[in-house]
Design a protein around this ligand. Structure first.
Ligand code: IMP
Length: 201
């Protein structure tokens, strides 16, 4: 079965292919199908936004579509940046400028607890929907550390490992990250879904 990933991001495609490979499903990027739609992510939760994207791309392509949405939620900031993580502080800022805003916001605050959250949704043309979530708990580091990763990784400190996400190898991050957890949970559900379909056909 062929699936479309509602994204233009090749790194996300690679990650998803690695996880879904053993299910024997093919995944292509929406841009590979010539779909350049950018549905407005106006949901109030990661799950809402993942569903909005997956549904729009499923309807445009006629194929089952997978989407994810993720971000950083900081308790001392009332859950911000949350669903606004990619545009926190406005358009045109660098990752560094965005995480500097978070550091500024939590300065002098306690506790500095936060979490990365990820939601995955998959919409099928017959109306079936699969959803999965992942969460990784941490604290906002006092200063950015590490060179790896992207986005808020340099300020996301994992107390158990005494390292930020940016100081982990991609494999170490994937093993505990919100996205890794959500994708593995999704893969498990998809395997079950495909098995039931085969049995009922
Ligand atoms: P999206 O899910 O691709 O829309 O990502 C939303 C935003 O959340 C990204 O632009 C990053 O700023 C942030 N984000 C999501 N996941 C991560 C992560 O694993 N590390 C660092 N930042 C992340």
């Amino acid at each position: 079965m062929k699936f479309v990933l509602a994204s233009h991001n090749r790194n996300k495609l690679r990650e998803l292919r690695e996880i879904l490979d053993e299910l024997g499903v093919e995944v292509v990027l929406q841009s590979e199908l010539g779909l350049d739609l950018e549905p407005e992510e106006n949901g109030t939760t990661f799950a809402d936004n993942a569903l909005i994207k997956a549904k729009a791309v499923m309807e445009a392509s006629g194929l089952p579509a997978i989407a994810d949405d993720s971000g950083l939620c900081v308790d001392a900031l009332g859950g911000a940046p949350g669903v606004y993580s990619a545009r926190y502080g406005g358009e045109g800022l660098t990752d560094q400028q965005r995480y500097a805003l978070v550091l500024q916001g939590v300065a002098g605050q306690f506790p500095r607890t936060c979490r990365f959250e990820c939601a995955v949704a998959c919409c099928f043309p017959d109306g079936s929907v699969l959803t999965a979530q992942g969460k990784c708990e941490g604290t906002v580091a006092f200063t950015p550390m590490g060179e790896g990763g992207f986005g808020y990784d340099p300020i996301f400190f994992v107390p158990r490992l005494k390292k930020t996400f940016a100081q982990l190898t991609p494999e170490e991050k994937n093993a505990i990250s919100h996205r890794g957890q959500a994708l593995r949970s999704f893969a498990g559900q998809l395997a079950e879904f495909l098995k039931n379909q085969t049995e009922n056909s």
